[in-house]
Design a protein around this ligand. Structure first.
Ligand code: NAP
Length: 488
């Protein structure tokens, strides 16, 4: 692996068109848009730019395939997912390189994401054959209740750029398992991974029209008519809370089922009784995974006052030692941010915290040169009023704030509109469980810095969204419950 010929080869190999009704083709108006490598700011290639008319074609294809697909044997749908699982693993090196080129994350992390993405297919292949119903006697006797599950219908799936493959399989896995057809719109900055996945699903035997892939540079123009069409019955969205709110409003017209995986503002709490090695390792994982560009990234680190000095020093040392560079280079642990806007936002938030009294322990200034790099940064004594206390940093910056008591820190962590995930480090079991229960978030990492797992229910409360992906319940998001009342 490695070397530019390989890079050119994987980019050349990926389809650049729209996948509609099982066929790759150009956009209706022939339009394209560029995909850029964030580590060089150079154009990798151009891909077809779907228009609203292309959206209508995909809608017709998804609607046309729905009835037959809903009637396929669950085992057949499971087999398609397992075939795709195998293909993802067979091609993991090329797919990881492609992802690193379009998104920037280091190759090892990209490989980890492909394996994680494939796991959603295996998990939902296993769920496809376990869709259960019920049969019971009415409490008053006599009548019987027959309860069964049916696919909700054609779904619109919209994914972000930060996990270009896994956010797709996390939706497509349960959609296919449940028997729903779909239109998937990847983020404009990272369409290549999804285009590669579209081809894999075709090769895995997914019937024509069941999965339609539409990259576009004008997302709202494409998706709003789909949501208002009355044909799409389900929206599954992963992205920012701001866009999520707009899509929820649009989905209200036809009262669509919605799953919304939105922004986060994770608290990371270290009590003085924690194992400090574990806490530093956990902070490194929770902060630096995906260069901090994750909804689950530790955004606010609260450290008990007696240990904040030692914790800050050790975290700053560990972060400053992480090699920064192009993700394709051997040993690199921190890639570039996605674009200049993202980098400027990170710098603005750091400058704001410093102006408010924060001290820089490491990093803090963007380097010169090509690519959108930002150094791993640790700030301490960050005031809770700093902008980064309420806004997603989405970059490799760890802001530390001291706290004194358990009650105080729980109140501070909960003082945000978000509620996706929080992390707690303590060796006191009772305290750990007490705090985990008191935190207002869909997920809590107790003495661990990563919670994502395809077999666990992922999702948030408050402005972080609604619905859960993965786990036993992930497939329910794509199923309707039907009850048949039977007179006896
Ligand atoms: P974003 O701007 O909300 O974009 C997400 C997706 O929505 C992209 O495909 C985007 O297309 C599309 N989009 C944007 N405006 C739209 C519109 N008006 N109508 C329809 N679609 C529209 O978010 P992002 O910056 O890509 O991703 C980062 C955000 O995602 C963060 O807030 C992060 O916390 C969140 N996230 C959440 C989870 C979770 O599971 N909770 C996981 C990962 C990320 P374009 O690419 O063309 O803009």
């Amino acid at each position: 692996m490695g070397g530019e010929p390989n890079e050119a080869r994987v980019v050349a190999a990926v389809p650049k068109g729209l996948l509609v009704a099982g066929q790759w083709g150009d956009a209706g108006d022939g339009g394209t848009f560029d995909v850029v490598d964030p580590s060089t700011a150079e154009v990798l290639c151009a891909v077809a730019d779907a228009t609203p008319d292309d959206g209508q074609r995909a809608l017709d294809a998804a609607a046309g395939a729905q009835k037959e697909f809903a009637a396929t044997a669950p085992r057949a749908r499971a087999d398609m997912l397992m075939a795709a699982f195998d293909l993802l693993h067979e091609r993991i090196d090329d797919l990881a390189l492609l992802m690193t080129l379009e998104m920037g994350k280091p190759l090892a992390e990209a490989k980890g994401e492909i394996a994680y993405a494939a796991e959603f297919f295996r998990h939902f292949a296993e769920e496809a054959v376990r869709i259960e119903g019920g049969y019971q006697t009415a409490p008053a006797g006599g009548a019987r209740f027959l309860i069964t599950k049916q696919p909700v219908g054609p779904a619109l799936l919209i994914t972000p750029w930060n996990f270009p493959m896994a956010m797709g399989t996390r939706k497509l896995g349960p959609a296919i398992a449940a028997g729903c057809t779909s239109i998937i719109k990847p983020a404009a900055q990272t369409p290549l991974s999804m285009l590669a996945l579209g081809e894999i699903l075709r090769e895995a035997g997914v019937p024509d029209g069941v999965v339609n892939v539409l990259p576009t540079s004008r997302p709202g123009e494409l998706t709003e008519p789909l949501l208002r069409s009355g044909v799409i019955r389900k929206l599954s969205f992963t992205g920012s809370t701001a866009v999520g709110r707009v899509l929820l409003e649009q989905s209200a017209e036809k009262v669509l089922r919605t799953s919304m995986e939105l922004g986060g503002n994770a608290g990371f709490v270290v009590f003085e009784d924690a194992d400090i090695d574990e806490a530093v390792a956990g902070a490194l994982a929770a902060k630096m995974r995906n260069t901090g560009e994750a909804c689950t990234a530790a955004n606010r680190l609260f450290v008990q006052r007696s240990i904040i000095g030692e914790f800050g020093e050790r975290l700053a040392k560990a972060m400053s030692e992480l090699p920064v560079g192009r993700g394709v280079e051997e040993g690199v642990r921190v890639g570039p941010l996605i674009d200049e806007t993202a980098r400027e936002k990170v710098q603005t938030l750091v400058d704001d915290a410093v102006a408010g009294g924060a001290r820089v322990l490491t990093g803090g200034t963007a380097p010169d040169g090509p690519g959108y790099f930002y150094p791993p940064t640790v700030l301490t004594d960050v005031p809770v009023s700093a902008r980064m206390g309420s806004e997603e940093i989405f970059g490799p910056v760890a802001p530390l704030t001291p706290f004194d008591t358990e009650d105080e820190v729980v109140a501070e962590v909960n003082d945000t509109e978000y509620g996706l995930v929080n992390y707690v480090f303590t060796n006191d079991l009772r305290r750990g469980l007490r705090v985990a229960e008191a935190l207002e978030s869909g997920m809590v990492g107790l003495n661990q810095g990563v919670v994502s797992n395809p077999a666990a229910p992922f999702g948030g409360v408050k402005a972080s969204g609604r619905g859960r992906e993965g786990g036993r319940t992930g497939i329910e998001e794509f199923l309707e419950t039907k009850y048949v009342g039977i007179a006896m």
